[in-house]
Design a protein around this ligand. Sequence first.
Ligand SMILES: Nc1ncnc2c1ncn2[C@@H]1O[C@H](COP(=O)(O)OP(=O)(O)OP(=O)(O)O)[C@@H](O)[C@H]1O
Length: 232
Amino acid sequence: MFLQINNLEKFYGEKDNRVQVLKGLSTGIEKGEICVLLGPSGSGKSTLLNIIGGIESYDKGEIIINGAAMSAMNEKQTTLYRREHLGYVFQFYNLIPNLTVKENIEVGAYLGSNPLDVDDLLHTLGLWEHKDKIPSQLSGGQQQRTSIGRAIVKNPDLLLCDEPTGALDYNTSKDILKLIEDVNRKYGNTIIIVTHNDAIKLMADRVIKLRDGMIRKEYTNETKTPAMELDW
Ligand SMILES: Nc1ncnc2c1ncn2[C@@H]1O[C@H](COP(=O)(O)OP(=O)(O)OP(=O)(O)O)[C@@H](O)[C@H]1O
């Protein structure tokens, strides 16, 4: 297993306000898989993603990525691990407004020790002709392509996507999902997608459904539906 999660527990708040949001999750994801994480609002999807991403702490259990236990890492090692091995894609892009498309992607390249070729990636992303524009001159889909470029340029082992199509219309969402699929095929990154969109589970290798901080259902797809054939 590339990513192993054992009995993970997470609490928020103190004393009377203390609530348990992850209640002993255990699961695993193989290298190169696309995993879709589903569940109602408040079920703990983003919390789980942020813990895997080293952005949030956890209270009990263990996360092992590529053989390395997160609990054994100090703060500096966690930062290094995040920088070297993780890419993050957010719902609202989080691009740097006064940098061009190419420069935004280059920011990601500086963080990795073995980055992909930026010009090659701009072509893969379909952004070559937009490379000198700043984010405000782009559509939502183009901005999300740029943010995927920034996340993927350091060629991370793990790409974490939190509602990557949440702010996009139907056709643009499918384009972005196809791009995620293409990236997975071309670079072999393991990808976790958090979404409210149930249809996306059909393009996944592995589907994990959370409810109330627990895994309600988990399965792998024998056959996957290409992103462009999804319908919702
Ligand atoms: N910083 C925080 N402090 C206290 N409670 C929090 C905090 N962040 C999240 N929670 C609570 O943890 C629970 C899980 O939240 P989380 O954002 O992980 O859910 P989610 O499944 O991603 O929801 P959504 O689909 O609405 O984004 C919720 O009940 C939420 O209110």
